[in-house]
Design a protein around this ligand. Structure first.
Ligand code: AMP
Ligand code: GLY
Length: 439
């Protein structure tokens, strides 16, 4: 199979690493890719926004499958244009991607299909939103509706903060067009879990649940980031709870999207809060999570190309998705100044000295005269897999010490919340076949 992978981050490096293990693969192209992927894929300077150029490239190379990593090209309809030209694509259509690209769509969709989520209201006008905020007597959060690179959620503590947040989003448009509409929703509490599932338009096959660490600093302090590390499986979401979420969230979502004539093909990601009322959806994403993928794909025993091709061809019932026992963890190394204003261009040392059983996924790097330098906020994700989460954590942090660049920031407590309940995963947690569920 000749495969084109769209994207350039740590998630896509992990996808390339896993795809490259497939005996089916004859050629892997990454557009645009990154220096870490260069040994696995031929990096091509295609711009994903130029759909005509991507289609032309697929024709010229005879591409058998296109894997789309990030949300932006999905929301822009790249999958639609590729499918219209006859190519097989792993990634949802523009209409199906609305589940992530429009929080208003997602909330109304969940309401229509009885999917558990926080109570909410939608506003297009500042004055009305402000009046609502003055009136409600429960804690709430404010969300810009459109794609805002993970920054569109504000958790105000006081009414004054809430009004200031609404003004920033709706009047000053600090998140651009994403702030044309806002969702104000009830504030929930509980541990957060990311449950991703392979989908073929009518079936879902859940992956081991993962936990992201969104805040910059240890103990969940500091500003929100794209994600500072992740691990899987998350023991606070044991297999019975995965089954519950499949039944109450993933299955209704996939069948609802199909009923509404926007069948979902790709990875459906449910961001959940495990509340006293049970699991509630905070958000859906229409793609693999970053950095969750860097901790989940190392546990996938099945052939990623076989699984993604089966999704693209609507026959997920024909593949056995096997997962390894044990656990995996990914720790992100970020630049000084991240997330506000990352410093870049710093040489990275120690990459050659990493142990063989530690994975190093590039996210924001660049090769300058043969030297790898930092080129973004999140620079690298180091990942390790082991029989227990404790051993995976030990292994990854030993490796973290070996990689250096000026101003390097990382969290020292990735996966610690999972270690507290380690006993749950020592015992063959979530190993065995993935349960594909036919509708
Ligand atoms: P989202 O992009 O919608 O997942 O929101 C980003 C982060 O904001 C989540 O990971 C949560 O930590 C927090 N968040 C979002 N919605 C809520 C909510 N209804 N209650 C409490 N926290 C929330
Ligand atoms: N890790 C959160 C996300 O991928 O959106």
């Amino acid at each position: 199979m000749k495969v084109l992978l769209i994207g350039s981050g740590g998630r896509e490096h992990a996808m390339a690493w896993k795809a490259a293990q497939s005996p089916k693969l004859t050629r892997l192209y990454a557009a645009p890719g990154n220096p870490g992927m260069a040994g696995l894929a031929e990096c091509v300077p295609l711009r994903p926004e130029d759909h005509g150029a991507v289609v032309g490239f697929c024709r010229e190379k005879g591409i058998d499958l296109v894997l789309i990593g990030p949300e932006a090209p999905l929301a822009a309809g790249l999958a639609d244009d590729l499918r219209a030209a006859g190519f097989r694509v792993f990634g949802p259509s523009k209409d199906a991607a609305q589940i992530e690209a429009s929080k208003v769509f997602a909330k109304h969709f969940m309401a229509r299909h009885g999917i558990p989520t926080a109570r909410y209201a939608v506003f297009q006008r500042y004055a009305e939103a402000a009046r609502f905020v003055e009136a409600v007597d429960y804690p709430f959060v404010v969300k810009a509706s459109g794609l805002a690179a993970g920054k569109g959620v504000i958790l105000p503590v006081t009414k004054e903060e809430a009004l200031a947040a609404l003004e920033a989003v709706m009047v000053r448009r600090e998140f651009g067009a994403a702030g044309g509409e806002v969702v104000i929703e009830e504030r929930l509490s509980g541990p957060e879990v990311s449950l991703m599932a392979f989908c073929d338009g009518r079936r879902v096959a859940p992956m081991p649940p993962a936990q992201d660490h969104k805040r910059l600093l240890d103990g969940d302090q500091g500003p929100n980031t794209g994600g500072m590390g992740a691990y899987a499986p998350a023991p606070m979401c044991p297999p019975e709870m995965v089954d519950e979420i499949v039944e109450t969230v993933l299955r209704p979502a996939v069948s609802g999207l199909r009923l509404e004539r926007r069948p979902f093909v790709g990875v459906l990601y449910a961001g959940l809060m495990l509340t006293e009322r049970g699991p509630q959806v905070l958000e859906f994403n229409c793609r693999f999570g970053d950095p969750e993928t860097q901790a989940v794909l190392p546990l996938l025993e099945a052939d990623l190309l076989e699984v993604t091709l089966a999704c693209a061809e609507g026959r997920l019932d024909e593949v056995e998705i096997r997962w390894q026992g044990g656990a995996a963890v990914c720790v992100v190394l970020a630049s000084a100044g991240y997330p506000a204003a990352p410093e870049t261009g710093r040489p990275i040392r120690g990459l050659e000295a990493l142990p063989e059983d530690v994975l190093c996924f590039h996210a924001g790097t660049k090769s300058v005269d043969g030297q790898i330098v930092t080129a973004g906020g999140r620079v690298l994700g180091l990942a390790a897999q082991a029989k227990t989460l404790g051993k995976a954590v030990e292994k990854v942090y030993q490796a973290v010490e070996r990689v250096e660049f000026e101003g390097r920031q990382y969290r020292r407590d990735i996966a610690f919340s999972g270690l507290v309940t380690e006993s749950r995963i020592e015992t063959d947690f979530f190993s065995g076949p993935g349960h594909g569920i036919a509708d």
